[in-house]
Design a protein. Structure first.
Length: 413
């Protein structure tokens, strides 16, 4: 039977938040197992209007939000671990923290190569090392760093939107010329934009079920994951990940996870952030689902769509934290908290289950289910993980992978 390795009392709201995030992230991750191109609003998994509506609600309320909830909570865990390690280990706390991240990186790489190429753990580990650089920063210093990173991403969005608008204007200008007078580069631009501006029909082509054997799955992962080539983080989300981890540090230092009442007008702030985030995400994913053929060429729109996932992820943290402290402690919240206590185990468990459902070495349901038909699968996995976590934690102090992770960090201690 696994024993606890420390005597510190857990912050119950954090377990609850992790549970919400881990169960919620399955809504999006399952699509990567189900379809060859899950991000396309016109390809695969659409059998009718109910599927487009399902996709809209899943993306409006779920896409990226639970990932960034976990990212905020990683920043919280960063502070919590260092504070407790310094109290017990003194100067060894930083070495212990780096050891913790090293083994998280290893677990993530193993997960990526042997189970699912979409792993995020090794990316978190690298960002956790970078986060250490800001450990001694004051709150104002961290806010300044966040401001710089936000400004960089806003500038990048401005640049992309401007380039897109310029390219579209060139297309309309070239379109007015005689086809025989166009250069090869101009014709490529015309071909690109004519395809881009065209409303597409759902793709119902038969797709061969991939990864017919487990060895084929490993080979596919090897081709997609590039850690062995030195690509040890996901560069497209590096800055946004660091921003949300730093936000997590600031939230932890504010004390809201112990008692949200330390922040004046907490509920007013939370409801305002949630309402604004829901509105931004509504416009973002309405455009992505129903008007995807219309390119974003307005600077204001590009900026509005810069941080939809991050803002709603933050709103979820604030909202569920307050709800747990105000109404939590019952049977349902405890069951979700159990999932959060085993967040690492449940995250990898989701990948194993989805692989067995959709890949060729399992049941082979790849590209066989519509977006709406995925929902019962998600619900079944959620209930399974709630049940598994409850049964496991009745006899053990932590999840099996959490135990292995701690064993690698602390050895025999």
């Amino acid at each position: 039977m696994i024993k606890a390795l420390n005597s510190y009392q857990r912050i119950q709201s954090l377990d609850f938040l992790r549970g919400i995030a881990i169960l919620g992230i399955l809504l999006i991750n399952i699509e990567s197992f189900s379809y060859p191109n899950p991000w396309s609003p016109s390809a695969f998994g659409f059998e009718g209007e109910i599927d487009r509506t399902t996709r809209f609600f899943v993306y409006w309320l779920g896409q990226g939000k639970f990932f960034f909830m976990l990212t905020v909570l990683f920043g919280v865990g960063f502070c919590l671990f260092l504070d407790r390690a310094q109290e017990k280990q003194g100067q060894d706390a930083y070495a212990l923290y780096l050891k913790r991240l090293f083994w998280l990186f290893v677990i993530g790489v193993v997960h990526a190569y042997l189970i699912w190429d979409g792993d995020i753990l090794y990316h978190y580990a690298i960002c956790g090392v970078i986060l250490l650089l800001f450990q001694s920063f004051s709150k104002k210093g961290m806010v300044a760093v966040i401001g710089v990173l936000v400004a960089v991403l806003m500038f990048n969005n401005y640049q992309r939107t401007s380039d897109r608008a310029e390219s579209l204007a060139d297309y309309y200008e070239i379109k007015n010329t005689v086809a025989e007078d166009r250069s090869a580069a101009q014709q490529r631009r015309v071909d690109y934009w004519e395809g881009r501006l065209k409303k597409k029909s759902p793709d119902s082509d038969d797709i061969e079920v991939p990864r017919q054997t487990y060895m084929q799955s490993i080979q596919t992962n090897y081709e997609k994951v590039e850690v062995h080539k030195g690509v040890v983080y996901h560069k497209s989300i590096l800055y946004s990940t660091l921003i949300m981890m730093l936000v997590g540090v600031l939230l932890f230092r504010s004390g809201i996870f112990q008692d949200y009442k330390v922040v004046p007008h907490y509920w007013l702030m939370t409801l305002a952030v949630t309402a604004a985030a829901l509105a931004i995400n509504y416009f973002r994913y309405d455009h992505w689902t129903y008007h995807y053929e219309q390119p974003v060429t307005q600077i204001w729109q590009g900026w509005l769509f810069a941080f939809p996932r991050e803002t709603l992820g933050l709103a979820y943290v604030l909202l569920f934290n307050g709800l747990y402290q105000k109404f939590g402690g019952g049977r349902v919240s405890q069951l979700i908290s159990n999932v959060g206590r085993m967040a690492l185990t449940n995250y990898i468990m989701q990948s194993i289950i989805c692989g067995l459902i959709f890949y060729g070495y399992g049941l082979g349901f790849y590209n066989q289910l519509s977006r709406f038909e995925l929902l019962p699968i998600v619900l079944a996995i959620v209930l399974l993980q709630i049940l598994f976590s409850w049964i496991w934690l009745k006899r053990n102090a932590m999840g099996p992978i959490e135990f292995v992770w701690r064993k690698m960090i602390y050895g025999g201690r």
